[in-house]
Design a protein around this ligand. Structure first.
Ligand code: UGA
Length: 441
């Protein structure tokens, strides 16, 4: 099938390459010429394992191309919209400027029977408004939220654990053109539907809500365990053992119960804020009032990490050498948007510490937003002369591949703060380090 993807960021670039890899003819459109040039020459403009291989293969097969000109999308059976919906500068709601611009562009080229499939995360009610703009063109607007995780985006796109399609409905029933659009999307995702991946057809509002509800739930799970970490800190309990123990109950599950410096990135923080803002507009702010608590618990963990470093260094970090391992908001990503790791590093710098920071993928992005920090590519160079080391992104380079005995030979002070509870505390203690975890004795 001929497909277009409007917006070639984390979501759109991966979607375009993945759809080409399963046999579709895909054009990716983005307003950013640099991004388009990079993608068109087989280079991923951001770190995403497996993406470059797909780009190279797609370009070589002739199934994949990129352009800044929306005219190139003319004639596609489905136009996916995967542009960003960042937090507004003047508040916590989502900024829909890029979504409106993408739809506006598409209106000039869409034809009868074509499908516009929104993938961006939007406040509930957005799709219905956009459907009004599209009516009269002969095209049909559906909402097909994306659940990919950065770092696993290729696998999540090709083999998602569910596909959700919101279609136009009337009196609680999908309209005939909605049903037809859902069938077209079943065909688009033929590799997943052939494997019986759950394919949920619903109305537009439910589809929009599924996405924000999923992210709100994940954020709640993380903040729940971080709240338990706060209680553990005043009782001498160990939150990691607690998480293991409650995680064995398969109604609860161990995943997303990793206590530490909390969640960040381009999705969870802004999505829970946008959800709370939308609920308020709908007169239902009390229904998701807990999301504000979730946000606050999350941000308090960054304060706690800074406080631990100050305490571990005897009450002041002024002119102390602090090595920060990690800058990305999570491993397998170079994304530093709302990164707890970089936030902790810049706050310690603000308190007068001499920060040396390293990361396997995110140094260039971090340097752009926090140029005041000292960046070192080599992990071992970064560790030399540290009075204290803090792990803030659980890359394997720090979690598995850093031998505490070897680390002890590099640092000046054997003090380690494990901001992600990802290290073997016993091994670090045995190597002579004073070990501090988050919510651990
Ligand atoms: C998240 C969701 O997991 C995806 O399903 C969703 O599609 C995506 O947002 C999106 O809306 O686009 P992502 O932001 O890539 O994906 O990252 P996650 O793996 O969810 O991690 C989010 C943050 O939570 C990271 O900072 C991570 O370090 C933190 N986290 C995660 C914890 O602090 N503890 C945990 O146990 C798990």
């Amino acid at each position: 099938m001929k497909l277009s993807v409007i917006g070639c960021g984390y979501l759109g670039a991966v979607h375009a390459a993945a759809m080409a890899s399963i046999g579709h003819e895909v054009v990716g459109i983005d307003v950013d010429q640099h991004k388009v040039d990079a993608l068109a020459s087989g280079r991923a403009p951001f770190f995403e394992p497996g993406l470059e291989e797909l780009l190279v293969a797609g370009l070589a097969s002739g199934n994949l191309r990129f352009s800044t000109d929306v005219e190139e999308a003319r004639g596609a059976a489905v136009h996916f919209v995967g542009v960003g919906t960042p937090q507004r500068r003047d508040g916590s709601a989502a900024d829909l400027t890029f979504v409106h611009a993408a739809i506006e562009d598409l209106l000039s080229i869409v034809g009868d029977g074509e499908i516009i499939a929104g993938k961006s995360t939007v406040p509930v009610g957005t799709a219905a408004e956009l459907a009004d703009c599209v009516s009269g063109t002969g095209a049909v607007l559906v909402w097909n939220p994306e659940f990919l995780r950065e770092g696993w985006a290729v696998a999540d796109t090709i083999s998602p654990d569910r596909i959700v399609v919101g279609v136009p409905s009337a009196d609680g029933q999908s309209t005939p053109e909605g049903e037809r659009a859902a069938d077209v999307l079943r065909h688009v995702y033929h590799t997943a539907t052939a494997k019986d991946t759950p394919f949920i057809v619903t109305d537009l509002a439910t589809a929009e809500l599924v996405k924000v509800a999923a992210n709100a739930f994940l954020a709640t799970k993380i903040s729940f365990i971080n709240a338990m970490a706060e209680i553990a800190e005043v009782t001498g309990a160990d939150v990691t053992t607690l998480a293991d123990a409650i995680g064995h109950d398969n109604r609860i599950g161990r995943r997303f119960l990793g206590a530490g410096i909390g969640f960040g990135g381009g999705c969870l923080p802004k999505d829970i804020r946008a959800f709370a803002a939308r609920a308020e507009e709908l007169g239902r702010s009390e229904s998701v009032a807990f999301l504000r608590e979730i946000d606050e618990i999350n941000l308090r963990r960054r304060d706690r990490a800074v406080q631990l470093v100050v305490e571990a260094l005897g009450g002041s970090v002024f002119e102390k050498n602090v090595t920060v391992l990690g800058a990305a908001f999570k491993p397998h990503s170079d994304d530093i948007r709302d990164s707890p790791a970089l936030d902790v590093a810049t706050r310690l710098h603000g308190l007068g510490a001499n920060i040396t920071i390293t990361d396997p993928a995110a140094i260039e992005n971090a340097r752009r937003v926090s140029p005041q920090l000292r960046y070192v590519h080599d992990r071992d160079d970064a560790l030399r002369s540290a009075d204290l080391v803090i792990v803030v992104t659980e890359w394997d380079e720090y979690r598995r591949q850093l031998d505490p005995v070897y680390a002890a030979s590099l640092v000046a002070g054997k003090v380690i703060v494990d901001g992600r509870n990802c290290l073997n505390a016993e091994a670090w203690r045995a190597a002579g380090f004073t070990y501090y975890g988050m919510g651990r004795p």
